[in-house]
Design a protein around this ligand. Structure first.
Ligand code: DGY
Length: 323
């Protein structure tokens, strides 16, 4: 068999790009531009493997094309809601992802946003830069405590559990979680975590709510106007999962009317566009999808893609097969 042709849709850490180049005939996206639907269709016709990421949209009308050469989408990331998995399945197109290696860095960003939102970190930074700080004063920019407060996690997979560990063991937070079935009793005991029977109960009792569900149709607008109304007026919402889990307009309204105290967002509906409504508000902290953006994590993600490709091209079982 001739050397497989592999396309990486965006720039990766150079060390992993080089490893890949030693094994395959690799095309890099040198100027790192987001690929268009036509470029992705073309890639599926001309490469044996395509390595997309969350910034590449692969709906059915991109996947269902004639004369496809590509047999595997080796995704650079754990989430795969940007790929139409049903269409991939029907087309016998394998999809792999990169679970495990980005757990801690993403949980760190969730904690960062929780702390920024609770302690008004971004707002304080803006004030200092604008030269509007008039000096220390006993009532200036008072905020909410994190230590000892209650953190409610919606979804309780790897990233949520890592956040719960940091919050519970580092900040003495009380942990509530909701997931349809009870979590591993050993994990629950270690975190002294309590399972809520439903999302509503969790929202009513949490000081901080952090979202850890997959995104896509099944969780679209899981957090809507009615559910936001159940949160305490002192509570904060943290989203490092996917933008579409939250109804942005409902969240903007809740923040404007201060029916909740604040929010910390790393992901957005229709990103990289961020709704102007958020930009105008002081009580929301905004990050540009940085969850997994450490050098070590992004390098490890590339390593996982490489392992999946190596297994695929040598006929071995795929370590991280989605479909
Ligand atoms: C993922 O892996 O799904 C992140 O959102 C991108 O790193």
């Amino acid at each position: 068999m001739s050397t497989p042709k592999v396309l990486i849709t965006r720039k990766w850490p150079v060390s992993v790009e080089k490893k890949l180049q030693m094994l395959y005939d690799v095309t890099l996206n040198e100027d790192d531009h987001p690929m268009t639907a036509d470029e992705l269709r073309d890639a599926l016709q001309h490469y044996d493997a395509v390595c997309p990421a969350v910034c590449d949209s692969l709906p059915a009308d991109v996947i269902n094309i004639d004369n496809k050469r590509c047999k595997i989408l080796a995704n650079f990331g754990v989430g795969y809601n940007h790929i139409d998995i049903e269409a991939a399945k029907q087309q016998a197109l394998i999809v792999t992802n990169t679970p495990g290696v980005l757990t801690e860095s993403t949980a760190d960003i969730a904690m960062t946003l929780l702390l920024m939102s609770a302690r008004r970190g971004a707002e304080g930074d803006r004030l200092v830069r604008a030269k509007q700080w008039r000096g220390w004063c006993p009532t200036h920019m008072m905020s909410s405590d994190v230590t000892g407060a209650t953190l409610g996690l919606i979804g309780f997979g790897r990233i949520a559990q890592a956040m719960a560990r940091k919050a519970h063991h580092g900040f003495g937070m009380k942990i509530l979680y909701f997931k349809p079935s009870p979590a591993d009793p050993e994990i629950v005991e270690n975190l002294n975590a309590t399972r809520c029977d439903n999302i509503e109960e969790l929202l009513q009792h949490s000081d901080y709510v952090s979202l850890h569900c997959p995104g896509g149709e099944t969780t679209r607008h899981l957090i809507n106007e009615a559910r936001l109304k159940l949160m305490k007026p002192t509570a904060h919402l943290i989203n490092t999962a996917r933008g579409d889990v939250v109804d942005s307009q409902a969240l903007i309204k809740a923040l404007q009317e201060k029916t909740i105290a604040g929010a910390g967002l790393d992901v957005y509906e229709g990103e990289p566009n961020v709704d102007e409504g958020f930009l105008a508000l002081d009580n929301v902290s905004l990050l540009p999808h940085l969850g997994s953006a450490t050098i070590a994590t992004r390098t490890a993600m590339g390593g996982k893609v490489l392992n999946n490709l190596t297994a695929f091209f040598s006929g071995q079982p795929l370590p991280d097969r989605v479909v």
